[in-house]
Every structure is written in C-alpha cells, then in structure tokens.
Design a protein around this ligand. Structure first.
Ligand SMILES: [Zn+2]
Length: 421
C-alpha cells in the first residue's frame, strides 16, 4: 500500500517544515507541496508532526524465557504504539544469548513476530553471571552490541577483556552500571524519601563508581562505550569529563528519571520501583543540564514489563522495572519541550536521530530513505490508562497522569504498524 501523509509539519534536516510525504514501495518517494499519487491512501496530518520513527536503545522483550511478562509480538506492538520503528532488545532472557545457538532462538522469534525492527544485544558474560566472557567473536556479527543489562559487570579485569574483544570486533558495549558491593539491599534511592520512610536506599555511588571505572577503561581500549539509564548527578559529571577527554562514551536517560524524583513517590506501590531508582531533586536538575549541554545523548525507555502479581508487592518486594514504550514520547515532550527545557527539534534528536547514529544508522525523512515514520499530535492531551496498553506490562508511575503528545500513526518499512483508532 502507498500513502500520502498530507499537510503535516515534517522534521527534515533538523528542522520542521510544512510538507507532504509520499510513501511508496516502502520508501519516501517524494516530499513537497500538494503531492499526488493515483493508488495512494491520503492520510491527513494537518496540525501534527511527522518525524523519523523513534529508536529505543533499551527494551526488555522478555522472549524467549519470560513470555508471561511480554513477547516479541506484544513488545514490538507496544513500541509501535509509542512511535518506535527500531528497538534494541536486552539479553536477560532464557536462554541468555551468550553463544550463537542461544541468540538464534531470539532471532527466530524476532523474525517470526516483530512488527518493527528489533536488534538484539548479546550478553557480555556467560549467563550474565560475570564469571566468563560470552562468545564475543562468534556473536558480534549477529547482534547489535553487548550488554549484561540487569546486572553490572563487577570485575574490572572482565570488563577490560570484554572491551578489548568488542573493540576488535567493531561492536559496542551498552553497560548497566551497578556495583553490587554498594547496593545495601535497597528498593528506592538512598536519599530524602528513603530517610523519611525508613527504607533502605540504593546509593548513587553504586552507579557512578563503576561508571568512573568504565570510562577509564574505555579511554584505554578506545571501545565504543554506552551507558544505560544514567540517573545520578555524579554519573553525569563523570560522562561530561570523559567526553571532554575525548573518550568514545555516550549515555541514555529514561523518561521516568526525567519526569520524577524520589519525593514524587506517592504510595508504597511497585509502580515506583525500578533500577536505577527515582533519584533526588538535584539529580533531576543535573539530568536537565546534561540534556541541554549534550552530555546526555539519548532518551531510552528501559521498558521492563512484569506480571501484575510481580508488581503488586509494594516497594520493598515488587520486581524492579516499569513499562515505558507507550508513554515515552508524551512524557518526554510534556516534561522537556512544553516546560521549555529543550526544543522540539532537540527532542527528536534525542529520541530518533542520535540513538540511530549510536548504532551506525540513519533516522531521517529523506528521498529514498526507508519509510520508518511516526506521526504525533502535540496538542492532544490524554490521561495514561495502563489498561489500554498494548504491552502485557501495566505497571507505570504515570498511571492517571496527563500528558500531551499522542501517537497518531507509525509506519515501518512503509507499512502501517500502528494507527490510532
Ligand atoms: Zn539496566
């Protein structure tokens, strides 16, 4: 099927311009005013923005191994509903993709059920146990990069060896940075809220200590090094210093760390429990500064679905992780652009252009480019109702909150993968 996206405001070469887009045979075949095409369906985009499909560097699809939480089919449909056309899937699966055979199990599920592009990470260590390296040489050609997300690589020697091998293979590392010796068994940030509620806290040091370590290793090895879900102000400072020294380091922040801090936790509810936790007010300020000055490169969701039961045990006993695919754009747009912290153009960079660049791809509306496109209505305000989510996971701290920026349409490879009813 061919489409004309009519009268939208299109993001082209870093700026918004009024233009129609003709999507034909899976690519953007024409851009301009008053386009026509005999066999194309015309879709009215008046008053809406038309942007390159969003790219999420951090998604938990849960298949194979944990299909009761999410599947490739439901997770990619949820991402499409959020305007995403490319997502990177994390390897905390069963089997863990630490060897080619195991990775092929996930690749087969992706091939069969994914409605958008899914690029899987392989694990850095066998079983994500931190004891021995995965078959990095064998896996590098089949995966987008390497991550032990969910766990930090505790041993410095192991991380150094991993970086050397990953560098040799021309791949990259996406690191979940967490020093287990500094965790103290907490469920929320070690700060004001934890003190008030007499809860054990997760220290910022458990995040920034391994980040400082890894940036030094990345400098030594020259590997492309990306940091998952950065949350603490000290971590952001470390990345800023690293970039100044010319280290090949990038980092992501989640919409929930952008929108909330620990004192926003309203009740003893698992929907406020994620790792890293919601940090302090000053950390959130540091995130804004990091986004403004380019220290923080991208927004990624850390979409981490769990069953209702796993999230119903309160702050201390619920599983870590919340869903994010279907609210990421609206939350980020409302919190950052409507609050005039960054421009709309910058937001598209953070959610589409830059994450694509980190994985060596292009996200752009250009003649002949693949028709991976999202359309958002920035003026549409809506209340987050998890029961309407496509994802199997329903746990989100944004439940009941109002945001602007509704997904209207998502095209992947020229096919409609989401259309608001
Ligand atoms: Zn993680």
């Amino acid at each position: 099927m061919n489409y004309i996206l009519r009268n939208g405001s299109a993001y082209v070469n870093g700026a918004f311009t009024d233009a129609d887009l003709l999507v034909k045979d899976g690519v953007i075949a024409a851009m301009g005013q008053d386009l026509s095409c005999e066999d194309a369906e015309v879709i009215d985009c008046q008053g809406k923005i038309v942007v390159p499909g969003l790219v999420d560097l951090h998604v938990h699809l849960r298949e194979p191994g944990f299909e009761y939480k999410e599947t490739v089919a439901t997770g990619t449909a949820a991402a499409a509903a959020g305007g995403y056309t490319t997502i990177l899937s994390m390897p905390n699966l069963n089997p863990v993709p630490d060897n080619v055979e195991a990775l092929k199990v996930q690749l087969a599920a992706i091939e069969k059920d994914a409605c958008i592009h899914v690029l899987p990470f392989a694990s850095i260590t066998v079983g994500q146990k931190g004891q021995a390296l995965s078959d990095i040489d064998g896996l590098a050609g089949l995966c987008v990069g390497f991550s032990d997300d969910g766990k930090g690589v505790q041993s410095e020697t192991m991380m150094l060896e991993a970086m050397e091998l990953v560098k040799k293979n021309g791949s990259f590392i996406s690191a979940h940075c967490e020093d287990e010796s500094l965790l103290e068994g907490g469920s929320v940030h070690k700060g004001e809220f934890a003190a008030l509620m007499n809860l054990r806290g997760i220290s910022s040091a458990s995040e920034y200590v391994p980040i400082v370590r890894d940036i030094a290793l990345a400098e030594k090895t020259g590997v492309q090094y990306h940091i998952c879900h950065i949350s603490a102000k000290e971590s952001i400072d470390a990345v800023r210093q690293g970039k100044r020294h010319g280290v090949n380091v990038t980092c992501e922040v989640t919409p929930h760390h952008i929108a909330l801090c620990d004192m926003d936790i309203k009740s003893d509810d698992g929907k406020y429990k994620m790792n890293p936790p919601l940090r302090g007010r000053e950390d959130r300020e540091a995130i804004f500064e990091g986004l403004r000055d380019g220290t923080i490169d991208v927004i990624a969701t850390d979409h981490a679905p769990h069953s209702a039961e796993e999230k119903a045990r309160g702050l201390e006993k619920s599983a870590f992780g919340i869903v994010g695919s279907e609210t990421a754009f609206a939350v980020s747009y409302t919190e950052l652009v409507r609050s005039e912290i960054i421009s709309l153009e910058k937001l598209i960079e953070l959610m589409s252009v830059k994450p694509a660049a980190i994985i060596g791809r292009k996200a752009e509306l250009a003649l002949g480019a693949p028709a991976d496109i999202a359309v958002f209505d920035l003026n549409a305000e809506f209340t987050v109702d998890p029961q309407t989510f496509v994802s199997k996971g329903k746990s989100t701290p944004f439940e009941g909150m109002k945001f602007y920026g509704r997904t209207e349409l998502t095209l992947c490879g020229g096919n409609i993968v989401y259309r608001r009813k």
